[in-house]
Design a protein around this ligand. Structure first.
Ligand SMILES: O=C(O)CCC(=O)C(=O)O
Ligand SMILES: [Fe+2]
Length: 307
């Protein structure tokens, strides 16, 4: 039986209701005209020096042809002050990621809302020859269990993460447009994704791909000879998915490096498997020790290798 590949809905940014509906239905959508050409050009210019300085990844997470600009919100004023705080992004996070609960504090009932926080902001620039990533759910990092919702429909609150990828260039099947399976946010954790079920999020520069953390997707293969596929990504997660006490700001590098390995680990200076807590794609301890970027590989060596 031929596999039916769902299409991606393309909706103009002024139709916020339509965008929220499409994400509920499909787990993703493309927002047309998310931003204008001048803003895209500015962000491309602000990130170019960092992309040019980046070195090939040695491992499975990215093909060696990919260059990244990590700490994107810190490094690009335009990303930080325009896109990160865009009302459309806030509206999406408010619906899918913010969390409100009520508790008794003594005999008084209190209701608290934890707002989504940017978990990672990074540019992905896939160069010619770059192979596709494996299909994955980004929320594997948060160990999310997904119930099978294919019969019931999507229940808001199932996801703890969502991503916004703004096209820095026109993205095509040839240059590595993101691969995705619309509707796969509804799949139970036991169902494996197949490449034959995926479609491509082809975008014009300035469009924005939005997806929930439970949607299967992957960076595409770049089979061109001379095009670079640049997308600028903002990923948000629940605001409370972090440590209660922020000791990272309270202790100097020298203090931390004088602690025992076990204490460093207990206090979060190693990573949570697979990929939580890195800085400039290094573990905090590699970063504090000044390990050069070209000495690095995959974070979690226990991850299964590709077939
Ligand atoms: O580059 C892309 O299109 C997506 C990258 C991605 O999914 C990832 O690195 O988790
Ligand atoms: Fe991903």
């Amino acid at each position: 039986m031929a596999i039916k590949i769902p299409t991606v809905q393309r909706i103009d940014r002024c139709d916020v209701g339509g965008i929220l509906h499409a994400i509920t239905q499909d787990g993703c959508c493309i927002v047309k005209n998310f931003t204008d050409a001048a803003t895209v050009a500015q962000v491309n210019a602000e990130t170019r020096p960092y992309l040019e300085a980046d070195v090939p990844w040695k491992g499975d997470l990215f093909p060696p042809e990919t260059r990244r600009c990590s700490n994107l919100a810190g490094r690009s004023r335009t990303v930080r002050e325009k896109w990160l705080v865009d009302p459309l992004i806030r509206a999406c996070n408010a619906k899918f990621v913010d969390k409100t609960t009520s508790n008794f504090y003594g005999e008084t009932k209190h209701t608290y809302t934890s707002e989504a926080v940017c978990s990672i902001a990074v540019t992905f620039d896939i160069g010619p020859g770059g192979k596709a990533q494996r299909l994955h759910r980004d929320d594997k990092n948060y160990h999310v269990h997904h119930p099978d919702q294919t019969q019931t429909g999507y229940q808001i609150g199932t996801d703890v993460e969502m991503a916004f990828l703004v096209a820095g260039v026109k993205t095509t099947i040839e240059n590595g447009a993101t691969l995705a399976i619309p509707g796969s946010h509804l799949w139970g954790s036991d169902r494996a994704p197949k490449v034959e079920e995926a479609t491509y999020a082809e975008m014009e520069a300035g469009d924005c791909w939005i997806m929930l953390g439970g949607l299967y997707h992957a960076g595409g293969a770049n089979i061109t000879n001379n095009e670079r596929r640049i997308v600028h990504g903002l990923f948000f997660t629940r605001g409370f998915l972090r440590q209660e006490e922020n000791i990272y700001l309270a202790n100097s590098a020298d203090d931390v490096l004088s602690w025992s390995d076990a204490a460093q680990k207990a206090l979060g200076y190693t990573l949570s498997s697979p990929n939580i807590g890195f800085v400039e794609f290094k573990t905090p301890l590699q970063y504090l020790h000044g390990v050069p970027a070209d000495a690095l590989g995959d974070f979690d060596p226990s991850q299964e290798k590709r077939n």
